[in-house]
Ligand binder design. Structure first.
Ligand SMILES: *[C@@H]1O[C@H](CO)[C@@H](O)[C@H](O)[C@H]1NC(C)=O
Ligand SMILES: *[C@@H]1O[C@H](CO)[C@@H](O)[C@H](O)[C@H]1NC(C)=O
Ligand SMILES: *[C@@H]1O[C@H](CO)[C@@H](O)[C@H](O)[C@H]1NC(C)=O
Ligand SMILES: *[C@@H]1O[C@H](CO)[C@@H](O)[C@H](O)[C@H]1NC(C)=O
Ligand SMILES: *[C@@H]1O[C@H](CO)[C@@H](O)[C@H](O)[C@H]1NC(C)=O
Length: 222
């Protein structure tokens, strides 16, 4: 029995379908955002802990078994006597302030249930009136770019990998969760930038705010 032209057609259609499906699978597969970047030395010489000015560090920050835990209360004081900002406990990585090039923050983050109205990671520095190029916030269980759009709808009580790539010259910022690109946005100007993570109260802040971080890296494109 020979092959009919119908068989041939069916065969090519099948090959087409398989290709379509595998290409889709490829597009959805997470990537390694750190490819092509080098990881820089990061120790306490490169960061410090910003916390309410009137309490000792150990009452708002701990570092145990490689996990940084930052917490703050909505009734806390700002991080300096003269600051008018809301309370924060943040790991401020100011040893790698940058003004050009392509920089990346990587960290595994965790936000416990109930923490809301808070910035958990930021790219500091922008042109006035802005102070920041990026804020990753949590409102009512959702991880957001500022007040939206939503990056992850249900973020509480599980670790996630956050990668933020800031291309200063191209003025672009990319945010990846677990290796999947969630958003690409424009930069907001500025001449000096630094990465920070922790908890920094925003609007509608919950009384208690906490985020945990491990495997924090600062990387630079080679
Ligand atoms: C941090 O690393 C740098 C460069 O390797 C080193 O010079 C410095 O002493 C280290 N500081 C601490 C606190 O470990
Ligand atoms: C880095 O920038 C911060 C403000 O974001 C500033 O307070 C700090 O002094 C700067 N550090 C260096 C080493 O330039
Ligand atoms: C917060 O999220 C919960 C569950 O998703 C929802 O029922 C509730 O209405 C939300 N509250 C606000 C203020 O958005
Ligand atoms: C990220 O990965 C972790 C562990 O693999 C998983 O528990 C979490 O749900 C993932 N989150 C998202 C938003 O993909
Ligand atoms: C904050 O709360 C007010 C009143 O409960 C609500 O109208 C507003 O949408 C909330 N804002 C955010 C960013 O959740």
């Amino acid at each position: 029995m020979g092959y009919s032209s119908f068989d041939a057609l069916a065969f090519f259609f099948l090959v087409f379908l398989i290709n379509l499906i595998s290409n889709q699978a490829l597009a959805w597969r997470p990537v390694d955002p750190t490819k092509g970047f080098i990881s820089l030395t990061l120790n306490r010489s490169y960061y410090h802990i910003q916390r309410p000015y009137d309490v000792p560090e150990e009452q708002r920050y701990s570092f145990v078994n490689g996990v940084h835990k930052c917490w703050v209360y909505s009734t806390d004081k700002p991080h300096t006597l003269t600051s008018q900002t809301k309370p924060r406990t943040e790991i401020a990585i100011q040893g790698y302030n940058y003004s050009s090039g392509v920089w990346q923050f990587e960290g595994y983050g965790y936000v416990p249930y109930g923490t809301s109205g808070v910035c958990i990671m930021q790219v500091f520095g922008a042109s006035a009136p802005h102070a920041t190029t990026l804020m990753v916030r949590v409102y009512n269980g959702s991880l957001m770019y500022y007040k939206g759009p939503v990056l992850v709808p249900d973020i509480y009580d599980k670790w996630f990998r956050l990668n933020v790539i800031h291309d200063v010259d191209a003025a672009k910022v990319k945010v990846y969760i677990n290796g999947t690109l969630k958003i690409e946005v424009d930069g907001r100007g500025g001449t000096s930038h630094a990465f920070k993570c922790g908890v920094y109260a925003q609007d509608n802040d919950s009384y208690y705010m906490e985020s945990r971080w491990k495997g924090i890296k600062v990387l630079k494109k080679i």
